[in-house]
Design a protein around this ligand. Sequence first.
Ligand code: MCN
Length: 787
Amino acid sequence: MSVAEGSQATGWVGRAMRRKEDPKLITGRGNYVDDIVLPGTLYAAFVRSPEAHARISSIDAAAAKERDDVVLVATAEDIEGLTGPLPMAWVPPGVEVHTPEHWPLAKGSVKHVGDPVAVVFGTDRYSVVDAADEVAVEYDPLPVIVDPEEALKDETIIHESLGTNVSHRWSLGGGDLDKGFAEADHIVERRVVNHRTAGGAIEPRGVLADYRGDELTIWSSTQVPHFVRLFLGLLLNMSQDRIRAIAPDVGGGFGSKLQMYGEEVVLAWAARKLGRPVKWIETRSENMQACHHGRDQIADVRMGMKSDGTITAFHVKILADFGAYHMLLTPTIPSLGAFVMQGCYRMPAVLTEITGVFTNKFATDAIRGAGRPEATHMIETVLEQAAHELDIDPVEIRRRNFIPADAFPYETPIGVVYDSGNYQGTLDKLLEHFDLQAFRAEQERMRGEGVYRGVGFSTYTEICGIAPSRVTGPTGFGLQAGGWESAVVSVHTTGAVTVYTGTSPHGQGEDTTFAQIVADKLGTTPDNVDVLHGDTSTGPEGLNTYGSRSTAVGGEAIARASDKVQTKAKAIVAHQLEADPADIEVRDGKFSVKGSPDKAMTLAEVAGQAYIPLNLPEGMEPGLSETSFYDPENFVFPFGAHAAVVDVDIETGKVDLVRYLGVDDCGPAINPKIIDGQLHGGIVHAVGQVLYERIHYDEEGQLVTGTFVDYALPSAAEIPMFELDRTETPSPTNSLGVKGVGEAGTIGASAAVTNAVIDALRPIGVTWLNMPLSPSRVWAAIQEARG
Ligand code: MCN
């Protein structure tokens, strides 16, 4: 069942259209960085550290330099003229954040396997790899720390200049925690481990840089071309208008391309130095080593409960493993979870305390959900533990704690205002598709046949639509300039429409959904609307794509710019047809006079009048193009209810996901098919984390899971058909009522699957499990429970 199939929209918004962008992408006609070929291009290969922590004793590049096809070998000392190290963009007032210097090429020492030490440029893309192998680097190994709890002891310091391995401490809370725990009849305590994962985008990173006529053009497989332009300008001491950053087609990012990477800086620097285009395409192994990771948190969680199951207090202490460096947003990530640490529930008191530490692994940063999957996993697994300990049904315990639908907008004890919600509504709808009582009977019966089946639930809310500048600025989250987004909607003389958005979609489908929004506003069809993005020279200013912001912020900017175009078009039509502008409506693909559908003009006819300005209203400027900068007043808070059903083979520990149901609410759907697709991908992302995926470093800091053979992404074969449904609760934050959905599936799903495995194994005494639920871990838990 899928709501996409049954959609009955009257306009374009709400229709389950197929994605306009897909034909080119699925027939090999996409335009990715490596498809772009410039004459005279040089290729780059990086020399990376095989050591996790070491001093660099010497670098001998003589053999590489002697090769005919090598043009340049550079080490950190050669990258002259940078104004500073790589950026970290979180500066919270009153919080001491220790940020080590992080240079594009390591200076003096390496801090993780894969740390780039040198770079080779040459004429042949394959021989530069051989040349990089010929660069002889001697390392003097230092003690390695991979365990964040060891790092906390400060016995070995990773960054001597900091004098500590602690990045920072930060907390966010509200309500009287002591009182909450004093009033509790029962306290549940668990250590919740959320292991390290990779973004796993199909297309690894890639950069092509070209410098000519004092202008730098950089194509990068990035989610954030405007950030790349800004930071390259700052680091290379160039004016932003001399830099053009382009994100062509991007084969997925999942947060891992929300970054200013050292490789981008090195390539831009080299293009300027050499006066030739330079290209670097990341290998999968490099991607696993040096494209930022996510999660990696250990949380000590305490939940205080009354014996009737109501929550009195929630206290979370997070130890976050940031790896070797701060990347752009590394230290902010756990904090994003703190903003929604009470989930869908009334909690009189909640406190999140975060300690971040450095270890000899690569950096963590935003991966799909960024902090919110971790928070949801803590809340939803510990709540089901509480339900069991208090002998309350897991569905019932949620009902007793939900913030009621009539309580919105709802201000939490920490001062966050949830915009709208109906948590009971999504759970009720889920249970229309899933008969829990019947399931329990079936579970019992199957157990008699030796099949261990379990169900787990997760009801989540999250915070996205990043972000109101009035919040991001004062709390130190301001990236470039806040959290606004911009749009230009231009109708050409022919009536064709071009939309320029400052967001940078890289798989989410906004070429289609943004066109749907505009088509309704301007009385045209989505086919007639081209959505341009990801190019700083054709687009307006922009803050790009992450934090499921594109629609709630960028889409709203487009809606507002379209409204301005519509207002002008109505004035033109009213003037032409001798009517009152207030009487003009957009109907059946035309601008017509209310009550007189024959008196109407098409968009092309209006545009003709606007650009051949012989009969415009007095004082009106020609043209039909408008801009909007939209800065949201609040975040948006999507929510949903998920259920997973698993079978566990108790002889091998293997878990099979046999059913997955979700009822999600991201406000009125623009395109139900795309929403379903986003949920499919998002849920699989979380299922992968629970059952298959793990970035694992051994005690020496060697990356054990450095390829897709060891880092097991799930395929369609491991995933059942999804059973999805929706409710639509509009957000009052924007005129479209929309909320984000790009991360929702990932945020909701991991707890449902984990709870299901625990539910399956309870009869044999397994009561708690931490991810990853690999066969070996599940098998070991079964053996332990059986004594
Ligand atoms: N949508 C809709 N109706 C709504 C809400 C959203 O039709 N009421 C549609 C949107 O218009 C858009 C899609 O759903 O086509 C997702 O929109 P949105 O939630 O605004 O998210 P963003 O476009 O900002 O995407 C970011 C989000 C994040 S943070 C990650 S990580 C992620 C994700 O989206 N990475 C992705 N989804 C991904 N999907 C692909 N294919 N590739 C990635 O790298």
